[in-house]
Structures are given as C-alpha cells and as structure tokens.
Design a protein. Structure first.
Length: 460
C-alpha cells in the first residue's frame, strides 16, 4: 500500500484500456477523461501486450524497472570502450544507484520510463557519431511526452554543431531540431486540447506568468530559475552523480529542455528531487561523464574521477529511496495492510468502487475505480470544490482514514482533509443509500443497497 491511485492507478487504467482495445480513459482522472488529453504518451500502448498476459499493477512496475535498467546497457557498452571493464562497473553502479533512477522507481509508474532507454541509446550513438542512429533512437520521444520533443530538438542541435563539417549531417541535425520543436508545438497546441475534456492544455497553468506581465516575467526570469533555493539544490544534485564532470561536456546541453521547464514551472513538485522528473536526466549526466573521461589522457585522473563518482553515489543513497531497502518497515506487512486486503477481497470483480488514494491501485486491475470523495470533478485538474462535490454513484466505497507514510509523501490525507472525508462517508450512509458492510482497523467498506434520498443532492 505504498502506491497510489494518483499515479499508478491512473496509468493502469490507461494500459488496461489499451489491452482491451479501448481508448485510454482513466476514471480516476475524471469522468470520461482520455489520458491522452493529460499528457501525450501513445507509446504507452506498447505495454498493453504485457498487461494482457499479466493484468496487474505489478506488470507496470516491473516494466518500469526493466526499462530503467535497460538504459544501463548502452552506457556500460560506451564505458567499456573508453574506461575499460573496471571503469564500466563503476559507471553501471553509478547509474543504477543514482538518485534520479531510484526516485522514479520508488513512486508508482510514469510514462517517462519509456524515454530513459531511448535517450540512453541515442546518446551512445551520438558518442560514436552515428548520427542517423541517434535520431532514430530519439524520434520516439515525441510519443512519450509532449515536452520531450524539445529534447529531440536538443539532440538535433548537437548533431548540427558536431557534424557541421558535413552538409548532409548538418541538414539532418537541423531537420531533427525542426521536427522536435514542431512536434511539441502540435502536441501542446493541437492534440492535447483536442483530447482533453477541458479543451485546453491542462498543465499550461504550471508555466503561467507570476509577475502580471510578460515583460515583468522576462525581467525576473534569471532569478526565478534559481529561487527558491530548492531549485539550486536540485540543479547541483542532477549533475552530482557524475562528480559534476558532466558539466564540462556539450552533452549537458541536452538536459536543458527538461531542466528549463522544471525550473520555470510554478508547481513546487517540479523543483525537487522527488518523484520521476529527474530520471530522463540521468542518462544525459552519465553520457556527459563518459564524454569527458573519453577525452582524458591521464589514466590516474580517470580513476580518481570514477572513484569520486562511486563516493558521491554512496553518500547520496541514504537520502533517497534506496535507503528503504535497509528499513524493517519495508519488509514488514502490518495488520493494517492485512485488514485492507481482507476488505478489498470482498469487493466483486467488475464492480464500480470509490476508494481512498492508496487503496485505489489495489483494485484497478479488476474494478472500475474512482477516488473517494469524487475527485477531480468533471475532469478539472486539481480543483477543490469542497462544498460542491457530486453524490457518489459507485456500487462500493472503501475508505482508509490512516493514510500511511510512503515516500515521498509524509503522513496525511489527500485530496481532501480527513474531516471532510469523514463527512462525505456519513453522507453516503445517511443520504445516498450506502450501508456499512464491515469495518476493520478503521477501514470502512460500504455497499449501495438502496436508492438515495430525494434531497441527497442538496448542499449547504
């Protein structure tokens, strides 16, 4: 129960829909919400055959781990050429235990896992000056997420500059730049608004101007990119796994699109080291490291650099999710979890269920699940209209008032305060025709057995 409906449950609903040859509608995200209108990630459909064989959220989590691990293959292959076998082991350990990869693996599933190996193979091809192969590996980034067209453009820019002596290579690079920029533009301005219930880019507000005018925003931009201090800390930590050596490589420029939108965003989650936002940067950082070490002629300096990489990796591990492997709680199933499992087992397959956030992904493989209380409303992103929630319509409600602590969230209740959740639970019993089936360790299971009262929709 360390996973959540937001986001593992949402992605499972989308992949399950693909596996059943349906549009990727995610009820957890909103009624009738096509997830291609949230972020543009049609490449997610490639996981449908696996899910068809193994209809479980574990299929997504295992696939994500495999994809993140796969990115080590081109990086280690590159390392074998430039720093030898021992050095390649150091690169493998540095990448595999890097905080960006650990943070992505520790929090649910995200489409960016598909992009990590694609970019890693593209970067290796760039390192070998195999320009067409680099573009071929990077081109599918357009189908992973709408902002990654900018990363594709950065790959094209690298090719145009490095291969400028050859006209054909320069043209390839410039064409890749154009394709990346145009692709992201069309996805953000045309495709996402066409598929989103709101008719616009639902994440556009994250980049809204905070200073009242475009001129003011541009004037403040240099400082805003590094404040609050969380941004500067994250910026340093991104390159720390390479002992900061990646900053000496032109490959570091390929990280700029992702770093740019994150630092410019008004969403504080984007500034931190938590979640999955830095996974795509780890191959770039280690490609930059290998580029620098490949140009180093003093083998003693190479060994010292790799030793520093391993030391930094070891120092950072306790502050990031891999440290959970050494905690007893990670391996211990509590009575509360057992109580939850016993209650969830009483819900029949195919039922509609309104569930607490951490209970939702326990059900999404076999039920139609929304969040309890109903959220978001009519597909509006993160809109808390606490006095205007619609009446529940699911056959079952399962509510857990003891939100467990699970990285990166502290203990707490989401999306609404516990008091309101309890009020909605009472309203379900008193007004909307639900009866308590069972209560175990504070977890309540309700089933709708009668029609709601006539005045059920009345709200104060």
């Amino acid at each position: 129960m360390r996973t959540t409906g937001y986001d593992l449950g949402i992605f499972e609903q989308a992949v399950r829909a693909y596996a059943e040859l349906r549009a990727p509608v995610a009820p957890l995200r909103g009624e009738g919400f096509n997830l291609l209108g949230d972020h543009f990630h049609p490449l997610l459909a490639t996981l449908a055959p696996l899910y068809r064989l193994w209809p479980s959220p574990l299929a997504l989590l295992v696939a994500q781990s495999a994809l993140l691990a796969l990115a080590a293959v081109p990086l280690v292959r590159w390392a074998l050429r430039v720093v030898g076998r021992r050095g390649a082991h150091a690169v493998a350990v540095g990448y595999g235990l890097s905080w960006g990869i650990a943070s992505a693996a520790a929090f649910d599933f995200h489409e960016v896992a598909l992009a990590v190996p694609l970019l890693a193979f593209s970067l290796e091809a760039l390192g070998r000056q195999r320009w067409r192969a680099a573009v071929a590996w990077a081109a599918p980034l357009l189908l992973v997420k709408e902002d990654l067209g900018l990363t594709l453009a950065a790959v094209g820019g690298y090719i145009a500059v490095k291969g400028r002596a050859s006209r054909s290579v320069r043209v390839l690079g410039l064409a890749t730049v154009a394709a990346g920029l145009l692709g992201s533009f069309l996805e953000i301005k045309v495709l996402l608004p066409a598929l989103a219930p709101t008719g616009g880019y639902v994440h556009g507000g994250n980049l809204a101007a905070a200073h009242g005018s475009l001129l003011s925003a541009l004037a403040h931009a240099p400082l805003d990119l590094l404040r609050p201090e969380t941004k500067a800390t994250t910026l340093v930590l991104v390159f720390a796994p390479s002992a900061l050596l990646a900053l000496r490589s032109p490959f570091a420029l390929i990280a700029l699109p992702t770093l740019g939108w994150r630092l410019a965003s008004e969403n504080g989650f984007h500034w931190s080291t938590a979640f999955h936002y830095s996974a795509i940067l780890m191959p770039v950082v280690f490609a930059g490291l290998l580029d620098v070490l490949g140009r180093e002629t003093n083998r003693r300096n190479v060994r010292a650099a790799l030793a520093t990489v391993l030391a930094v990796t070891a120092v950072l591990i306790p502050s990031f999710p891999l440290a959970q492997l050494a905690q007893r709680a990670t391996w211990h199933t509590t009575g509360h979890v057992e109580a939850a499992r016993s209650l969830l087992a009483r819900i029949p397959d195919g039922a509609t269920v309104a569930a607490s956030n951490r209970l939702a992904p326990q059900l999404t493989s076999r039920c139609t699940v929304v969040l309890f209380p109903t959220f978001p409303v009519a597909g509006r992103l993160y809109e808390h209209r606490r006095n205007d929630l619609p009446a529940p319509t699911a056959e079952w409600i399962v509510h857990d008032p003891q939100a467990p602590e699970a990285w990166p969230y502290p203990r707490g209740h989401w999306p609404y305060p516990l008091e309101q959740q309890r009020a909605e639970l009472r309203a379900a019993r008193e007004k909307h025709g639900y009866e308590v089936v069972a209560v175990r360790d504070g977890i309540t299971l309700l089933h709708r057995t009668r029609a709601p009262r006539a005045d059920a929709d009345a709200r104060p």
